[in-house]
Each structure stands twice: as C-alpha cells, then as structure tokens.
Design a protein around this ligand. Structure first.
Ligand SMILES: C[S@@+](CC[C@H](N)C(=O)[O-])C[C@H]1O[C@@H](n2cnc3c(N)ncnc32)[C@H](O)[C@@H]1O
Ligand code: SF4
Ligand code: SF4
Length: 429
C-alpha cells in the first residue's frame, strides 16, 4: 500500500515537473537580460531543444487523446483537407510540418533534410493516410479552424478527388505551397504572442539566408505560392525582406505571395522597395482592436494612426485589383471582445473581403493565471455573460465574417465547467 502510494506520488511529481519546468524555462529564456548574459544563439538553441523535446510531445499527446464526438467523426469521414498533400511549413525550431504546427503538431523532418526526402518522409506519408482514412488523427480538432468551423471541402468534391488522384499517381512531387515561418523577428511584441521584442541578430540572419539558399529555394522548385509568415512579421524581419526581394528577383516568375502582417510597415514605400507589384495574391492584417488605446496594449509597439494610413493604402490595392483578397483578423480576448461588432465595420470601411476571429490560445510564454484572465470564453470569467451577448450581435452573422474556432472554444469551456460542477455538458451558444 505504502509502495503504491510512493509510486503514485513519484509519478505525480514527475508529471508536475514535466508540466511546469519546460514552460517556466521557456519563459525565463525569453527574458532580454538573459539574452545579453548568455548570448541569443545559445538561448535560442536551448529554447528550440526544450520545445522540440517536451512541448511538442505534449501537443501531440493532446491530439492523440482528444475527445472526438460522433458528429465530428462523421463529418471527418466525408470530408477532405488538401494541406498535407500540397503544403509545407517551416518553423523557428528547425522542424518542417505539413500544416500549421499548432493545428497539426507532428513534424515531417528537419529543414536541413534534402527536399524530396523531407516531403516524402514516413511521417509525411502517415499524416496523408490519416486524412484519406478520415480519422484526421494528427490534427487538433479544436485549434484547426477548418474542422472547428466545419469548412473543409467534401471528400467527393471534384477538387478533393483531383488532389487524391494526383497523389496516388505521383506521390513524389514537391510542395505547391510553402508557409515560411522560420524567423520570429517582428517589429511588435503583442502580449498574446511574446513577452518581449525579438529581432534576429546579423549572425542569425546570415544563417537563415544560407538555409534559404541551400534548402528552401530547392524545396520551392514546384511551388505556385508562398505565405510569409506565421512566426514573425513579413516586413518587420530583415531576413523575410531579403527573402521577398530574392523571390521577386526573377528566378520565380510564377510564384504568387500571400502576406500575413501586423501592417505597421506595409506602406507604398515597402511595396515598391520589395518589388511587390503584380506578385501578391492575398494580404491578411492582424489588428485585434478598433480603438487606439486597446490597440496600443494588444499590439504592443504599434501605432493605430499609422495602421489606419496603411489600411487605406491596402484598400486602394484591393479596389484596383492589385491584390485578390484582403482579410482582417482579431485574436479575441478580454481586452477586445466588446469591439468585435465594430471590427466587422472596420473591415467594411477598408474593403476587407473577410473578417476573421480566433480565440486567444494558451501559449508557452504566458502563465496559467494570465491565460485565465485573458480567456473570455470561460463561464468562470467575470465578463463571460457579456461576451455571450456580444456573440449574438448581427454583425457577426454576416457571410464574410468567420467566427473561426471561437464558438468551439466556448462550447468546450462550457462543457468542461458543467462537468466540474457535476451537471450536464449540454450548452447552447
Ligand atoms: C504570430 S502572427 C505572425 C504574423 C504577423 N506578425 C501578424 O501578427 O499577423 C500570426 C497570427 O497569430 C495570431 N496570434 C498571436 N498570438 C495568438 C494567440 N495567443 N492565440 C491565437 N492567435 C494568436 C496573430 O494575431 C496573427 O494573426
Ligand atoms: S489541421 Fe486542419 S487544416 Fe491542417 S491538415 Fe488537419 S484538417 Fe487540414
Ligand atoms: S505582430 Fe504578429 S508576430 Fe509580431 S508579436 Fe504580434 S502576433 Fe507576434
């Protein structure tokens, strides 16, 4: 009995250490003073090791153990996702993925692997098979907005069948679409994303430029489009600016770009300097607020007036047809949820084709308490009732508004709270 108790205690202690220590270490490593003391490169190598060794395993475990309700199971059996068959995403920790690493947290190899080997690795094949067998077992069904908001194409749709046919007949192709997210450098330090400003130093930039020449450009031989970036900022990162210039230099005449940015540095001057004319298909601007005071907090380092001037420039680009699609996004949290209806109007004012809402996700860089405070989707949050009222606003029901994973988060949080209270898990939002 005593031995059993001791074993249980040991297991719980190991679990607590495994849960708390890597996260604490990651937060500590983000501290600028430590950067000066130990050196940015060593800190980054250690951070990547902690992430790949501990945090990644945890993200995968969450996928393996996620509850799959009957309606999701049935939905996935009759739907398809082409991402793992056409897309490769790079990351700052040196691993490559077939979709967003938060949505599909199983890497297919390291970025220094030769292109064909990486794209056709055993892990890549297993992931593709999981889409074809309808289990989507490597995908996180909550974070993935396509699953959460039921926007995947049908399995029997001609475009799905075309991708499957191509895969079966010639599996050894290279990706058609690259998402380049290997540099975290950014001109802002939004609290939802990082605890302090990060800009790669010149040695790091050189290494990233080398990686591009040696590995990434060969990977892009068959690519039709490239998205920059999910990690830092397309315009705030010197490496990505160099890369954009390199891609626009003539070697990739048919490659179209998709840009995700905070928009602070995306003005006419940057457009001309980076030769973007005729090259950009899609622009997404993450804004997170409609009021200058809120913007200054949630987009730390950003200037709302400058953002509005740049949005006016982008409206011009969109109405003239220079870009095919313009989208605005908001990370929904305690500080901005009341601005959700006004955010839809801001989108209309600047001719955005779609307005996207995503729930704030727990990140390694903030503590549990910080997340509890920001996560407005919990029934235990003091402003929850008001949040539910805001979700009923007619603006949010417009066809160009994507509520993404917000409702799914709310449903799950409500079900969790009901179970904790010993009641039923049924909930209506
Ligand atoms: C990391 S950013 C990189 C691109 C660019 N810098 C930007 O902000 O759009 C990619 C997306 O992640 C979102 N994001 C940041 N922190 C988040 C969080 N904790 N939960 C959910 N999305 C988050 C941003 O708002 C942005 O839309
Ligand atoms: S996570 Fe979502 S978008 Fe990514 S492969 Fe799975 S279903 Fe597709
Ligand atoms: S602008 Fe984007 S990359 Fe930069 S800190 Fe904010 S969310 Fe992160």
């Amino acid at each position: 009995m005593q031995a059993e108790f001791a074993a249980r205690l040991r297991a719980s202690l190991v679990d607590v250490v495994d849960r708390a220590v890597p996260k604490r270490l990651l937060r500590l490593l983000a501290h600028p003073r430590l950067h000066d003391f130990i050196g940015l490169e060593r800190i980054e190598a250690l951070g990547a090791w902690i992430d790949n060794t501990f945090m990644l395993g945890r993200r995968q475990k969450r996928c393996r153990e996620q509850p799959v309700d009957l309606s999701t199971r049935e939905y996935l059996k009759t739907h398809f996702c082409s991402n793992p068959f056409r897309q490769l995403e790079t990351t700052p920790t040196g691993l490559a993925y077939l979709c967003c690493p938060i949505w599909l947290p199983t890497p297919v190899g390291t970025l220094d692997t030769p292109p064909e080997q990486l794209w056709n690795s055993a892990a890549a094949e297993r992931i593709r098979e999981s889409i074809l067998d309808g289990s989507f077992r490597y995908c996180n069904h909550l974070h993935c907005t396509a699953i959460a908001s039921r926007t995947l194409p049908a399995l029997d749709a001609p475009e799905s069948q075309q991708v499957i046919k191509q895969y079966r007949s010639n599996p050894a192709r290279l990706p058609e679409h690259l998402v380049l997210s290997h540099d975290k450098s950014c001109n802002l330090s939004c609290p939802s994303c990082r605890s302090s400003l990060y800009l790669a130093n010149s040695r790091k930039q050189e290494r990233l430029d080398d990686l591009t020449e040696q590995r990434l450009l060969p990977l892009m031989r068959e690519a039709k489009s490239v998205m920059i970036t999910g990690s830092g900022d397309a315009f705030g990162s010197k490496h990505f600016r160099n890369l954009i210039k390199r891609l626009n230099g003539g070697d990739f005449p048919n490659l179209r770009m998709e840009l995700i940015s905070n928009g602070q540095l995306l003005d006419r001057r940057a457009w001309n300097e980076l030769n973007l004319k005729g090259r950009v298909r899609y622009v997404q601007i993450s804004i997170d607020a409609t009021e200058a005071e809120t913007y200054a907090i949630v987009r730390r380092g950003g200037d709302f007036g400058r953002l509005l001037r740049n949005l006016a420039f982008l409206r011009e680009m969109r109405t003239s047809g220079e870009i095919e699609a313009l989208e605005f996004s908001m990370v929904v949290q305690k500080l901005n949820f009341r601005q959700m209806p006004a955010f839809v109007k801001l989108g209309e004012e600047f001719r955005a084709d779609a307005i996207i809402f995503n729930m704030i996700r727990q990140r390694d860089i903030f503590s549990r308490e910080e997340h509890v405070e920001a996560f407005i989707g919990s029934p235990e949050h003091p402003e929850y009732a008001e949040f539910l009222e805001i979700l009923k606003a007619p603006e949010l029901a417009q066809p160009n508004v994507q509520v993404g994973n917000v409702l799914e988060y709310v449903k799950r949080a409500a079900a969790g709270a009901a179970v904790r209270a010993g009641g039923s898990a049924a909930i209506r939002v």
